[in-house]
Design a protein around this ligand. Structure first.
Ligand code: NAP
Length: 483
């Protein structure tokens, strides 16, 4: 029995959310943990009320007060309309670490049974393509910025190692696509390699994310912790859920330096909502993570044992295979409650210490360099002309500005001075200008503005990127085929 009640914000969410959240709360209460829930709204109900972010001010105020959230899934309109309320919550409270553990569970039939899968995906939760910075460059061309930062990489990497220490794990694979995206995914790999030196007792390996997917399907038991970016982690963690019984068994935690939010990996499953059919295990396991996070380790282990005993005794919801008739959400919940105090013979909860979460920094994150230079500029233009027509026009405009046209590319492939065979063109061109002055002389803002002014007489320019060098290293990629 806890001495004082745990204050938390409860977001029942959409679809099956209220059913699985209520199951978890009932079990926690039956285990003797006193909660003081502040029930709030987010997701579909908020969108219907016209709250664009999907997260009303009252909900934000509640989370600011409690700094602890148990949440059901929130619906997101797909492919149009509002932003995801889930992403809003994760970003607003800077819950930078998304922890998604899966393990083989007794009584849960999968093709991998007997291979002792026990994997945690630690997914960076606020950066990457999910920063949500998208633009239509032209009516035909969409762009999404992939933002990866050194401070963000350091924080999530340290978190992954601290998590490994807290759970007594021994190995971390960092999964990236650094062979293709050398700056963004490369930054993740390099930061991992740097920080891993501070944690000599933990084996640190890099793996390409496509190979990680293949290895997960072939030999999943080799993985312990997989540290990865937001998008990779979203996909890999659904894959790992599939290895161990499906979304009904996959819990998650969104952890920041200040706020922690616990939820199932699954969504609102509208097809079974309100029918008392949902499997509440994922949300219950998420609630167990919440209890461990606030220091209620004994209650957490008691509930975990009760879940394991229930599963190994063959009680199941409709999403699981099994010889016995499927139980409803409420029957399954009551079975767990009746098993509180019993110990599983087949599996046991992991020993767990509190995670040493990296503190929030009040500084503006940055990396110090000793030298920097601007060696050119990429100007992105919209045009229906062919590269052979655009090149001479831009060369003429550049004359006397202090920069020369070097290359024009289209969807990342060089198309001027030479147009490759079979390259399809769209109406968005990247035109690279480099300084024509003394080697090492900076291209100035005045030169760039002069160039833009001239280009705008012929073409609609969309945006620019300066070509920068930091400590003598190019901070920009070359187009495919650029020399
Ligand atoms: P989903 O809600 O996870 O459901 C996919 C399917 O998985 C369901 O149709 C159901 O399959 C099964 N399923 C998921 N959870 C289950 C459970 N607890 N018990 C039994 N079966 C379960 O994925 P979705 O259909 O792609 O997404 C629906 C909505 O949820 C979308 O609006 C999406 O944006 C949102 N979403 C929210 C979150 C979040 O809040 N964190 C996460 C993911 C998706 P059967 O057909 O076999 O019944």
């Amino acid at each position: 029995m806890t001495s004082s009640a745990i204050k938390l914000t409860v977001l029942p969410g959409d679809g099956i959310g209220p059913e699985v959240v209520s199951s978890a709360l009932k079990i926690i209460s039956a285990a003797g943990v006193r909660l003081e829930p502040d029930v709030q709204v987010a997701g579909a109900q908020a969108f219907q009320r016209g709250v664009e972010s999907g997260v009303p001010a009252d909900t934000i105020a509640s989370v600011e007060r409690t700094r602890l959230v148990l949440k059901g899934p929130l619906e997101t309109p797909i492919g149009f309309g509002n932003k995801s309320a889930n992403v809003t919550l994760r970003k607003f409270f800077e819950t930078f670490a998304n922890v998604r553990p899966v393990r083989e569970l007794p009584g849960v039939k999968t093709p991998y049974a007997g291979r002792h899968i026990d994997i945690v995906v630690v997914r960076e939760n606020v950066e990457d393509l999910y920063a949500g910075i998208e633009h239509m460059e032209t009516p035909a061309v969409a762009q999404c910025l992939k933002i990866i930062t050194r401070p963000g990489c350091e924080k999530i990497t340290r978190f992954a190692f601290e998590y490994a220490m807290a759970e007594g794990r021994h190995k971390i694979h960092c999964a990236t696509k650094s062979n293709i995206m050398k700056f963004t995914e490369g930054l993740v790999q390099h930061t991992f390699e740097d920080i891993s030196k501070e944690y000599a007792s933990i084996e640190a390996r890099h793996i390409l994310v496509d190979n990680a997917a293949h290895q997960l399907a072939m030999h999943p038991e080799q993985f312990d912790i997989i540290l990865t970016t937001n998008m990779n982690g979203d996909i890999l963690s659904d894959l790992t859920s599939g290895l161990t019984g499906g979304l009904g068994f996959a819990p998650s935690a969104n952890i920041g330096s200040d706020v922690a939010m616990f939820e199932a990996v699954h969504g609102s499953a509208p097809d079974i909502a309100g029918k008392n059919l949902a499997n509440p295990t994922a949300l219950i396991l998420s609630a167990i993570m919440l209890l461990r996070h606030v220091g209620e380790g004994n209650a957490a282990s008691e509930i975990e044992h009760a879940v394991l005993v229930t599963l190994e005794s063959g009680v199941r919801t409709g999403d699981m295979e099994g010889p016995r008739a499927a139980s409803s959400t409420t029957e399954f919940t009551d079975a767990i409650i009746s098993n509180l105090g019993k110990k599983s013979q087949l599996a046991k909860p992991r020993e767990f210490e509190r995670i040493n979460v990296p503190p929030a920094s009040k500084e503006v994150g940055h990396v110090n360099v000793t030298s920097r230079a601007v060696v050119g500029v990429d100007v992105f233009i919209e045009s229906l002309e062919y590269p052979a027509q655009i090149g001479p026009v831009l060369q003429r405009h550049a004359k006397g500005t202090g920069v020369d046209l070097k290359v024009i590319s289209n969807r990342g492939t060089a198309v001027w001075p030479e147009l490759g065979h079979g390259t399809s063109l769209v109406d968005a061109y990247q035109c690279r200008f480099v300084g024509s002055g003394a080697v090492g002389a900076d291209v100035t803002d005045a030169q760039i503005l002069d160039l833009l002014q001239r280009i705008s007489n012929s073409y609609r320019w969309v945006h620019i990127e300066k070509l920068q060098r930091f400590d003598g290293k190019d901070g920009f990629s070359k187009a495919q085929g650029e020399s």
